[in-house]
Design a protein around this ligand. Structure first.
Ligand SMILES: [Zn+2]
Ligand SMILES: [Zn+2]
Length: 332
């Protein structure tokens, strides 16, 4: 920028040095400062110093008093000469459009622009300060702003996509939150007749089995339909009527035997660490996922509310279990 508006030779040494120090790595920056200030380098510094000169194609080893001059020459080469093509390309548009404006008229005023635009921690924090009262849309807006300040370059498409997904995610969380706090009646979102919010603890649990594709699919499997028919059930309305649900998810001994299949986050075997009920529930959630989605392992998919209720009614949450957080907490 300086070189395009002013002649390259006019760039002050301090500015050139500062730009160069900002351009090299942190270790190299320290090395340069030491080399200029201290007369004597220790053995390892001497070696690094030679490596550094070699890296910038400097073939002579400068005398101690010439180190600063050499660094400035290297800086001029890296920051101005190598960038000459870019500087040349921008010179004309910059001179024609910017040079006559006050802010671009002197090196001092130009430097001021950079100083004011520098993303200090305080400035960035001011921009990303979160206020819980703002709406989802305003949150997205601010996030987009802070992204541009942090100079995270991304093309518009990526940003649009990211914004859309983030907006959808927040809208869904808001919608589920209204279910959990009761501001939306259960009857408005439950079609199976077995959902209820009394035992739910977390937004992600507020789905009806009707809303989960996997549940519907599992209930429409031929052998499920046949088994239900044999029991005299036509058109089952809820996933908790699945013929496997009771024996697989609600029977203490089948859960105890199933525990061996699962590993905890740290890859150790699943074992009872809290109360027996809490242990049985966590196995039951995993067994439900296996029964309905056919997935084994620790991949967690939130269960529908009706299934949580059936499981928590069978293995009630005890007071001594402490803070109960529901889905997303690995143990429950
Ligand atoms: Zn339901
Ligand atoms: Zn249901």
């Amino acid at each position: 920028m300086f070189s395009t508006l002013f002649e390259s030779e006019k760039i002050p040494d301090e500015l050139l040095m500062e730009s160069f120090l900002g351009y090299v790595s942190k270790d190299e920056r320290e090395l340069i400062n030491t080399a200029i200030k201290d007369d004597d380098l220790n053995d390892s510094q001497e070696k690094e110093w030679l490596d550094f000169l070699k890296r910038f194609d400097c073939r002579t080893i400068p005398k101690k008093e010439d180190r600063q001059t050499i660094i400035l020459e290297l800086a001029h080469k890296e920051m101005v000469q190598i960038a000459q093509f870019i500087i040349d390309s921008w010179r004309k548009p910059f001179k024609e459009n910017l040079a006559n404006r006050d802010a671009f008229s002197s090196m001092e005023s130009l430097e001021e622009i950079y100083q004011n635009a520098r993303p200090t921690v305080k400035r960035v924090l001011n921009l990303i300060r979160s206020e819980p009262t703002i709406s989802a849309a305003e949150g997205i807006n601010r996030l987009s702003k802070s992204r541009s300040i942090l100079k995270l370059r991304s093309d518009d498409k990526w940003l649009q996509n990211y914004n859309r997904q983030e907006r959808e995610r927040l809208e869904l969380q808001e919608k589920l939150g209204r279910r959990l706090d009761g501001s939306v009646e259960v009857s408005e979102w439950c079609n199976c007749g077995n959902c209820d919010i009394t035992l739910l603890t977390n937004n992600s649990e507020c789905y009806c089995c009707f809303e989960q594709e996997g549940c519907e699919e599992a209930m429409n499997r031929e052998e499920v339909i046949q088994d239900l028919k044999a029991e005299g059930v036509q058109n089952a309305k809820c996933v908790t009527q699945h013929p496997g649900f009771n024996p697989v998810c609600l029977q203490k001994w089948s859960l105890k035997m199933a525990a061996d299949r699962y590993k905890t986050k740290d890859k150790s075997k699943y074992s009872q660490t809290s109360t027996e009920n809490s242990f049985l529930r966590s196995i039951s959630y995993r067994e439900f996922t296996r029964l309905i989605y056919g997935l084994l392992g620790n991949r967690r998919i939130p269960l529908p509310a009706c299934a949580y209720i059936a499981i928590r009614n069978t293995f009630p949450i005890m007071e001594k279990e402490g803070q109960f957080t529901g889905y997303s907490d690995d143990s429950d």
